[in-house]
Design a protein around this ligand. Structure first.
Ligand code: F6R
Length: 616
């Protein structure tokens, strides 16, 4: 969650003000948290800092009138874990004598114990954060040598962290370290600058030599360059990678919000995925970075998919597709549960990790467990230089373009699309003949057009959303592939409207959830599985009999639904369950968007959420 950025000038060139550079860096990292922000540098031999509650723009307003000039600075944007979102808990945090300032991403699990020991020694704390414990502990260990203090401090910490620290006695240096939380250092040899960032997003538009810090490494940055040490303080050789982060279009353009723009991006993004990854000659799919031979694929005895949130929902859909088409036993697992389980993994187990950001802590931990047990890991990710992509031998990039809105839309459908093509690839090796492959591919090729057709119904969706925005509770009901689609639809609605919403397999209603039905709870039925639609109709009858209002999302021509539903939203007819995933997902994304718009919530940055979940 939190974002760290730091900057230091070196060399002879005219210096840039680190305040300006860090503020720009924070703007790029704000998607990681927007509870508070802060910056610190060293001026006249003293630590000087500014912090503010809320977004980076609020910090910007506080910083500008001060006209600060720093040669180096550390900065932070916070997603609160320990302690409320208030100025005292904002980063940077300090030691009691204000000799050092520190920014942190992660969670220190043994902070209470360390704090207790320090308090007993007379140290006074002034925040509720776990982060302050690191700052105070560092000061406690500091005896004129930054490296020694860093080694002693970090070795006492349990948990995950990345930190950047400055000390008033060393006005030219920044100390950084990381354990299970990403931190990347970049050098620009042309401008003589060093940057530190939680991820490479903040390096957009630059060509840099970069170093991704490995577990427990400590780096000292100074005008002389970078020194790298292991956790015991032993000097290490540095191998830089060349990195050029391309400038991407990230404006909302004609749209009111990023979420709406990203919903409308979908037909094109899906088209590009299908176009670039279909193998027309072999009626299959192509994955350049998949390092598995057909023989290895034939031997796969099970597939485990690990992911969180929307990516997990894509995993549920993929598990059904792979089992049905390629006949490989496949399960999607909640990464935060999987990481503490004792999974059966054989040498022929394929583990697929799905993550838009590639930085989700639970997903990364699940991958580490899978790799440790000998599985082959395939990463499906939208961020090229992410931790997940760097750890996986096989990767499939979504190439969906940056997803800025916290609420995932185009990344979700892109994941489903890539996984659908992967299903085809596996099936062609294991079960499908050429004609089945051709037919599967033909249905894939129709998806972008169907997505476009759904967007044409946005007007009807907006009207229904206006009507249904008065409800505070929602059930999304569906069967087969429409069930995970319901889970995703409910997640979208609750994330951006703060309304209670659950996705349920329609047949399960009668086993408990039906007790909740009354006139205040709206049921939204996703009628996109033609095999079970009659059954779903009966389930809706049971809801109607109990006075529950019903909105059905259904294919064009299903007029009979008007007998049971209060309202019907007609959608393009999908030929297959797979096509319906996109049709109903895009329709429910738009529905959630317009309900949120009616309620006036912060659509792109909903409360309590961050785009990248880098803590447990
Ligand atoms: C929902 C959403 C989250 C993410 C989840 C996993 O709209 O965005 O549920 O899907 O936090 O994130 P990634 O895919 O980056 O691992």
């Amino acid at each position: 969650m939190c974002g760290i950025f730091a900057h230091l000038n070196f060399g002879e060139l005219k210096e840039r003000n680190s305040v300006d550079v860090c503020m720009e860096g924070l703007r790029q990292l704000e998607y990681r948290g927007y509870d508070s922000a802060g910056i610190a540098g060293i001026k006249d031999g003293q630590i000087c800092s500014i912090k503010s509650v809320g977004k980076v723009s609020t910090l910007d307003e506080a910083v500008k009138p001060q006209q600060l000039q720093f040669r180096l600075a550390i900065a932070h944007t916070r997603w609160a874990t320990h302690g409320r979102a208030c100025e005292a808990n904002a980063h940077p945090q300090f030691d009691q004598d204000h000799r050092l300032a520190l920014v942190h991403n992660g969670i220190i699990e043994n902070y209470a114990k360390i704090k207790q020991t320090l308090v007993k020694k007379g140290v006074t704390f002034s925040s509720e954060t776990d982060t302050e414990t690191i700052a105070q502990l560092f000061a406690h260990h500091y005896k004129e040598n930054l490296l020694k203090a860093a080694v002693n401090t970090f070795s006492e910490l349990d948990g995950a962290f990345s930190v950047a620290l400055i000390h008033k006695d060393h006005p030219d240096q920044i100390v950084v370290s990381s354990r299970d939380a990403p931190l990347v250092i970049g050098i620009n040899d042309q401008t003589n600058e060093i940057f530190v960032s939680s991820d490479t997003n903040a390096f957009t538009g630059q060509s840099l030599r970069v170093l991704f810090l490995k577990k427990d490494e400590i780096a000292l940055l100074s005008p002389d360059g970078i020194e790298l040490y292991n956790k015991k303080g032993k000097a290490l050789d540095i191998t830089f990678e060349e990195l050029c982060v391309e400038e991407c279009q990230t404006a909302t353009g004609e749209f009111d919000h990023y979420m709406l723009k990203e919903i409308y991006d979908q037909p094109l993004v899906l088209k590009e995925i299908i176009h670039s990854q279909s193998d027309e000659t072999n009626h299959s799919a192509l994955f350049e970075q998949l390092v598995l031979t057909p023989k290895q694929i034939k031997n796969v005895d099970q597939i485990l998919i690990v992911a969180c949130g929307s990516s997990l929902h894509a995993g549920y859909l993929a598990a059904n597709m792979i089992e049905t088409a390629a006949r490989i036993p496949t399960r999607a697992e909640i990464a935060s549960e999987f990481r503490y389980s004792d999974p059966i993994i054989t040498k022929n187990t394929l583990v697929i990790a799905i993550s838009q950001s590639g930085e989700t802590a639970d997903t990364l931990a699940a991958c580490e467990l899978a790799i440790d047990r000998g599985a082959h890991l395939v990463a499906i990710c939208n961020v090229k230089h992410s931790t997940l992509v760097r750890m996986a031998p096989s990767t499939i990039l979504l190439n969906a373009g940056p997803e800025i809105s916290v609420c995932s839309t185009k990344a979700f459908t892109s994941q489903v699309c890539v996984l659908q093509l992967l299903t085809l690839y596996l099936a062609r090796i294991r079960t499908f003949g050429a004609s089945e492959g051709r037919e599967f591919l033909r249905k894939c090729e129709a998806i972008p057009h169907l997505a476009q057709e759904v967007l044409k119904r946005a007007g009807s969706i907006a009207s229904l959303a206006e009507k249904y925005a008065r409800f505070t509770k929602f059930f999304y009901l569906g069967r087969q592939q429409m069930y995970p689609t319901c889970l995703e639809a409910a997640l979208k609605l609750k994330e951006i409207t703060y309304l209670q919403a659950s996705g349920l397999p329609a047949g399960e209603m009668k086993h408990g959830a039906i007790a909740l039905i009354d006139e205040s709870l709206a049921t939204i039925a996703l009628c996109g599985n033609h095999v079970t639609n009659d059954k779903l109709f009966s389930n809706l009858m049971e809801i109607k009999a109990r006075g529950g209002p019903i909105l059905a999302f259904a294919p064009d021509g299903s007029e009979s639904l008007q007998q049971v539903a209060d309202d019907v939203l007609y959608l393009p007819i999908g030929e297959s369950d797979e096509q319906n995933i996109y049709i109903y997902s895009i329709a429910t994304q738009l529905f959630a968007y317009y309900v949120a718009k009616n309620l006036g919530t912060n659509i792109d940055q909903p409360r309590n959420l961050a785009k990248s979940v880098t803590v447990e």
